[in-house]
Design a protein around this ligand. Structure first.
Ligand SMILES: [Fe+2]
Length: 130
């Protein structure tokens, strides 16, 4: 068994679990820019106590590099829990996050999301760094 065997991937326009990576196609080396990762951009995913997105992690693999570097770990921790019962709570964290990063080399951005019921999902986006 390998972790990769559990990572599902699909077209994010059709599959609600796939993380969507929004970032510039090209950035300048060493310049700060934003990456937005969200789940359910086209087909919305539930956000309830019973069924929700727990986290999105963002990784970066430099072109020609041997391993990936973790850029961010975004946990979505409120899903309507409360002492009154499921979905009666006052807070819900939406499954979207924006992080600021700097890169020195071109490579691939990788996002991984976890649904508490439907498991791990991944997506990729190439980024040029000049
Ligand atoms: Fe799900």
């Amino acid at each position: 068994m390998k972790l990769g065997e559990l990572l599902k991937s699909e077209d994010w326009k059709k599959e609600k679990h796939v993380p969507v990576i929004e970032a510039p196609d090209s950035v300048k080396g060493g310049e700060t820019f934003e990456i937005k990762v969200s789940v359910g951009k086209e087909v919305s995913h539930p956000n309830t106590t019973e069924h929700h997105i727990r986290f999105v992690q963002i990784f970066y693999k430099p072109e020609g590099g041997k391993s990936a570097y973790q850029l961010a770990n975004c946990e979505f921790t409120a899903h309507g829990e409360s002492t009154e019962g499921a979905n009666e709570g006052p807070a819900y964290t939406h499954h979207a996050a924006t992080v600021s990063v700097q890169l020195k080399q071109p490579g691939t951005l990788i996002a991984m999301s976890l649904c508490n019921i439907h498991g791990l999902w991944e997506s990729f986006r190439e980024i040029k760094v000049g």
